[in-house]
Design a protein around this ligand. Structure first.
Ligand code: HEM
Length: 439
């Protein structure tokens, strides 16, 4: 069967659109959309790929994931980094078994436990900033968010119990995620990544053994996972526990760093909106320590974070592999083709949002249901497991920072980084800060 959607212009001999796609998918997909509308194809070095845009296509792809479309086929580099049976990469039945164990850990009553970690880490970071100065947003938010993830998923005292520098090893391990080159090539970053992964597995394996022998009470995330059993009573294999912890840390790190950075940039670029967020803090927040219920009251900040998700979605593409020939509109997606959704383009369609290029958090206050049109955290069964965790974390970081500091952007209009990775702001992207009166 061959009735591929029309090809976007600009395909080069041999490599097709591969170089343009990996350099920056946004202008390529924007062009394909202009030329052909909501369905078009790309040539990725001889392999067809199909781009689907618009809310109906989004919902259809999410509904058909694990039936017509596969996540692991769409992101083969992930399966190489972790394990093919790690959570969202696993075949559907195994995915469901793991989901039953993981989902409850991210529901409201468990999220409350992470608030203390998020607040303590953010306050310690802010204290360390001193009275005034400048910082690179991504360089500061990145390690902060990493510390929060590590303490949340490995236990608050993990640093004392590990005989290795988790953060340094994790950075080496992460550098092996490469969407361009196959990981069997003897490139230095792949070799270092594999060695770091082996060391992380050994060190974290000891941590899991420790938890199984001497359970902590009350159980934290690592305890719950180490003690978890499938519904037939079989415990989760140790290798899987470690892969899940590493996987969660990885998927939550760059994404949350990018989103939180853009959220702060957006607010500092729009003083009127910043004033509304500050006014809400003044009216809604008590002076002392804050709990999850108080953060939930920050509706305007929540709307601002959604508006950042709309305009600067950090996951630039949502990828799948077609498991069979699939009919879409009057075309066919061939079996084996990669299929992409583009949050950044879909979120700017004028039929979904009025004045789509304008930063206007108020739109989500006026029409709260329109958040359902956003796909910055995916959708359907596979919607981001950590979305509530990430929103809470970003609320805490932005709130505590604004409460403590007066801030202004040194670089007024940072651009997203080039390349196929998470779309965080490119350096230089600095803020200047002065501590506010403590009264
Ligand atoms: C701003 C921060 C974040 C963004 C923008 C984000 C984005 C996404 C997106 C787009 C997906 C769907 C991928 C797909 O359908 O192929 C996803 C899935 C996922 N995310 Fe996030 N994420 C964020 C933070 C987090 C955090 C903090 C965690 C962990 C605590 C996390 C864990 C996951 C997991 C486990 C999945 C797979 C869910 C499944 O397949 O059932 N994410 N995320």
């Amino acid at each position: 069967m061959s009735n591929l959607p029309p090809l976007a212009s600009g395909s080069r001999p041999l490599l097709g659109h591969a170089v343009a796609m990996y350099r920056d998918a946004f202008p390529l997909i924007e062009r394909g959309h202009r030329e052909h509308g909501r369905v078009f194809s790309l040539d990725l070095a001889g392999k067809p790929a199909v781009v689907l845009l618009g809310n109906e296509h989004d919902r259809w792809l999410f509904k058909e994931t694990d039936k017509l479309f596969s996540i692991s086929e769409g992101m083969p580099f992930f399966a190489r980094m972790f394990d093919p049976d790690m959570y969202f990469l696993a075949p559907p039945a195994e995915y469901q078994r793991q989901r039953e164990i993981l989902l409850p850990r991210f529901q409201a009553r468990h999220l409350a436990k992470y608030v203390d970690i998020m607040t303590a880490e953010t306050e310690a970071w802010i204290d360390g900033l001193g009275e005034s100065g400048e910082f690179e947003i991504v360089d500061e938010f990145g390690p902060l968010i990493m510390r929060i993830a590590a303490k949340s998923f490995l236990g608050e005292d993990f640093g004392e119990r590990l005989d290795t520098d988790f953060f340094a090893e994790f950075r080496r391990f992460s550098a092996g995620l490469d969407v361009i080159f196959p990981s069997w090539l003897p490139l230095p970053h792949f070799i270092k990544s594999r060695r770091a992964r082996a060391r992380l597995h050994t060190a974290l394996g000891r941590l899991v053994d420790e938890r199984r022998e001497n359970p902590t009470d009350p159980p934290d995330f690592l305890q719950a996972l180490s003690a978890a059993t499938y519904s037939d009573g079989e415990p989760l294999p140790e290798r899987l526990v470690i892969n899940i912890v590493l996987g969660l840390t990885w998927v939550g790190q760059e994404t949350t760093t990018g989103h939180a950075s853009w959220a702060l940039i957006h607010l500092l670029q729009h003083p009127g909106e910043l004033a509304k967020v500050r006014a809400e803090q003044r009216d809604r927040l008590p002076a002392g320590p804050l709990s999850i219920s108080e953060f939930r009251e920050l509706r305007y900040l929540d709307a601002a974070l959604h508006e950042t998700e709309r305009l600067r979605p950090v996951a630039q593409l949502i990828a799948r592999g077609a498991l069979e020939d699939i009919k879409v509109d009057e075309y066919v997606i061939p079996k084996g083709a990669r299929v992409f959704l583009s949050p950044a383009i879909t979120h700017r369609l004028p039929e979904l949002f009025d004045e789509p290029e304008t930063y206007a958090p108020q739109r989500f206050i006026d029409d709260p249901k329109s958040v359902q049109l956003l796909i910055g955290f995916g959708g359907g069964v596979h919607r981001c497991l950590g979305a509530r965790f990430a929103y809470l974390e970003m609320q805490i970081i932005v709130t505590l920072l604004l409460r403590a500091m007066d801030l202004e952007l040194v670089d007024p209009d940072p651009r997203p980084i080039a390349g196929p990775g998470t779309k965080w702001p490119q350096s230089p992207c600095r803020v200047r800060y002065t501590r506010r009166g403590r009264g």
